[in-house]
Design a protein around this ligand. Structure first.
Ligand code: TYM
Length: 333
């Protein structure tokens, strides 16, 4: 059976990188629950503990993320709340287990562990942070996912999940885990508005590097106006030589749901300022209804809690069934 599974960290309000790179697929008809397919989307609170969290703020961020996902059009029946089991406390302990040699490892690990770039590595890496991709693989495999809609930065993590799945299948001579495959959106990697060599990220200290789903029209206008460009005339799509403009073209095309070629054709004679104005308008047009829905859902506290509660029950049901099977397979039960 086909199982679509993916997750997002409880960072409060997503940015357009999350939205265009991953969430757009979560709400697409192909990746929602149907007769032939189960879809499960989770807010990964456990993963959030790889960096210090204020408990009250974490709880609030989780609710805000749920609201954002629902406002983006996610089917409430596909929402899973992350299963908190015994592993939680163990994993939490990992966060405090510094690897003293980790600073040396950081360079080589950086290639493999995406979230390291999102964390403070100056004081040494945490075991928990290094284990992050393993935890992600455990999520994916526990739900026996076949399809995983993610941004490009998560493809390496999925490769690890496939690798672990293959090893366990081979070791126990059973097809216990299907091999999960990535589902990538056309805007699989949205870059920072201020530095097109870096991906747009929640943890970038420069607020102007990203557009959040709840940014006011005036904020969107200002951030796009200040976005990095180049001195070449006209609008073209050439990520290698014109990364900044190409990133804006990618955003424009993804928001409109068309190919980049179409945007370039439409705007090739335009100057940067005019192009930025047009992009600002399409972004505002796209985000305004989402923002209205976010505001509406903020007053529906009971409903949002119910979605989280039901998601939690569903997660426990599926996870416990699969865990039981795994415990038996491993000889633990
Ligand atoms: P998170 O919360 O960092 O990101 C959520 C999703 O957004 C995508 N994304 C982007 N896509 C395009 N351009 C960007 N600039 C950009 N920034 C983020 C991410 O690729 C991701 O798909 N490790 C996951 C959370 C996770 C998970 C899982 C995902 C935990 N367990 C199991 C799938 C399956 C993450 O990075 O979340």
């Amino acid at each position: 059976p086909e199982v679509t599974f993916s997750g997002i960290q409880p960072t409060g309000i997503p940015h357009i990188g999350n939205f265009l790179g991953a969430l757009s697929n979560w709400v697409s008809p192909q990746q929602t629950t149907s007769i032939t397919k189960t879809a499960l989307y989770t807010i990964v609170d456990l993963h959030a503990l790889t960096v210090p969290q204020d408990p009250t703020q974490l709880r609030k961020n989780k609710v805000d993320m749920t609201i954002s996902l629902l406002a983006c059009g996610l089917d409430p029946a596909t929402v899973l709340t992350y299963l908190v089991d015994l592993g939680t406390s163990t994993f939490r302990m990992c966060m405090d287990s510094k690897l003293y040699y980790a600073n040396r490892m950081a360079k080589s690990q950086k290639k493999n562990v995406q979230s390291i770039e999102d964390a403070d590595t100056s004081s040494g890496l945490c075991l928990g942070l290094l284990a992050y991709p393993v935890l992600q693989a455990a999520d994916i495999l526990l739900y026996k996912a076949t399809h995983v809609p993610i941004g490009e930065d998560n493809v390496q993590h999925l490769e690890l999940a496939r690798d672990i799945a293959q090893k366990i299948n081979k070791l126990y001579k059973q097809d216990i885990f299907p091999l999960p495959q990535p589902i990538l959106a056309p805007a699989k990697r949205i870059m920072s508005l201020r530095d097109p060599t870096k991906k747009m990220s929640k943890s970038d200290p420069l607020e102007q590097s990203r557009i959040n789903l709840n940014d006011l029209p005036s904020t969107i206008a200002l951030k796009i106006k200040k976005a990095t460009t180049d001195t070449i005339k006209g609008i073209t799509y050439d990520p290698e030589n014109r990364p900044a403009i190409s990133n804006l073209v990618t955003i424009y095309a993804a928001v409109q749901g068309v190919d980049v070629e179409e945007i370039v054709e439409e705007h090739s004679a335009s100057d940067t300022m005019k192009f930025k104005e047009a992009l600002t308008n399409v972004l505002i047009e796209k985000l305004t209804p989402l923002q209205k829905e976010i505001e509406r859902l903020k007053n529906e506290h009971g409903y949002v809690q119910q979605v989280l509660q039901e998601g939690n029950e569903k997660a426990s049901l599926i996870a416990n069934k699969n865990l039981d099977e795994l415990y038996k397979l491993f000889g633990l039960r």
